[in-house]
Design a protein around this ligand. Structure first.
Ligand SMILES: Cc1ncc(COP(=O)(O)O)c(C=O)c1O
Length: 340
């Protein structure tokens, strides 16, 4: 099977497994797991932030950040299809008790003017707006990359209004490679940054939340409260450290594969994809005439796994476990299914 459902499906490589097996461990809830401490320090350094905390998932890092920046009844600003709103099981309402004010974006990106337009005057009738969330790359936006300048413009409006900035950087690594900037150049515009090791980087488990030391101490409290304190977590953190050292530079291969996949599909009569919109490792394909679930089933019969995104579009995500040859083979299957 050629698995293009997500970049989360990757299995650890033999070398990564060895690093995990050999990891020094302690009790991370007691603060003495050396491998977790090393991963947190390295992540903070890459992002140019003071501190970081390791957690089981990107959902948890996002939801802990939202909880730590707000009080119940506050409001946060998010793009309308942001992962934290769309795919995190109602976490902002259930865990932080906040209201989500949604900003409709284009491919997941919004503008500084849109943020300005939803600001509320201080008035006891209104919820207090606290946080602007940005997702980079944007998952439902098809892996779209935020230009740094646009983030800086959003930040300027947020700062003027006294709002905090949170980055859902599950795929910040991909964004940095695609934009040709460092992760820190993005991260410096934010008060908190969530990054995932278990997506394009190919580690089996975990995400980190970075920010100032005082904020990270508060986040650790919510990590514990949400059940995210792990004990000998160095075993999995070692996979993440290995991924940081060995799998960041290769992300460009995933981007090239995604572009080639999109170009190959673009000419098929049953498909609708503009390769120019494929900036990273996510390819969203509109399907005509056949329900997306049926297209998914037919591709599966031909050895290719993808996900239905909605009734009329599917999503293919290139990843560490998919080679250039696999893309050729996947294209053969796409041709058979979407040529008609
Ligand atoms: C943009 C984005 N943020 C957060 C997450 C959540 O990560 P996790 O699956 O580790 O909870 C995902 C997962 O795909 C994602 O795409």
């Amino acid at each position: 099977m050629i698995d293009l459902r997500s970049d989360t499906i990757t299995r650890p490589t033999p070398a990564m497994r060895r690093a995990m097996a050999d990891a020094d461990v302690g009790d991370d809830v007691l603060g003495d797991d050396p491998t977790v401490l090393a991963l947190e320090a390295r992540t903070a350094a890459i992002l140019g932030h003071e501190a970081a905390v390791y957690m089981p998932s990107g959902t948890m890092t996002n939801q802990v950040a939202i909880r730590a920046w707000t009080e119940p009844g506050d409001e946060i600003l998010l793009e309308a299809s942001a992962h934290s709103y769309f795919y995190e099981s109602g976490g902002p309402a259930a865990l932080a008790g906040v209201m989500c004010h949604l900003i409709p974006g284009r491919r997941g990106l919004f503008t500084a003017d849109q943020v300005r337009a939803v600001l509320r005057p201080a008035n006891e009738h209104f919820p207090r707006t606290k946080l602007v969330c940005v997702e980079n790359t944007h998952n439902r936006g098809g892996g779209a990359v935020w230009p740094v300048a646009r983030i800086a413009a959003v930040e300027a409006v947020a700062r003027e209004a006294g709002l905090r900035m949170h980055l859902d950087g599950a795929r910040l690594w991909n964004a940095a490679v695609a934009a040709g900037v460092t992760e820190a150049e993005y991260a410096r515009h934010f008060d908190s940054v969530s990054v995932c090791f278990s997506k394009g980087l190919g580690a089996p488990v975990g995400s980190a939340l970075a920010g100032q030391a005082e904020f990270i101490a508060r986040a650790r409290r919510f990590r514990k409260m949400f059940g995210g304190g792990m004990r000998q977590a160095g075993i999995v953190a070692a996979g993440a450290l290995y991924a940081l050292d060995h799998h960041r530079d290769r992300l460009v291969e995933d981007h090239v594969n995604a572009e080639r996949l999109a170009e190959g599909i673009a000419d098929l009569p049953g498909a609708d994809v503009d390769p120019a919109t494929v900036e990273t490792n996510i390819v969203v394909v509109g399907v005509r005439g056949t329900p997306a679930t049926e297209v998914v089933a037919r591709l599966k019969d031909r050895g290719v796994l993808v996900l239905a995104r909605d009734a009329s579009s599917i999503r293919a995500v290139t990843n560490l476990n998919v080679s250039a040859d696999d893309i050729d083979e996947a294209l053969r299957a796409f041709r058979q299914v979407l040529a008609a």
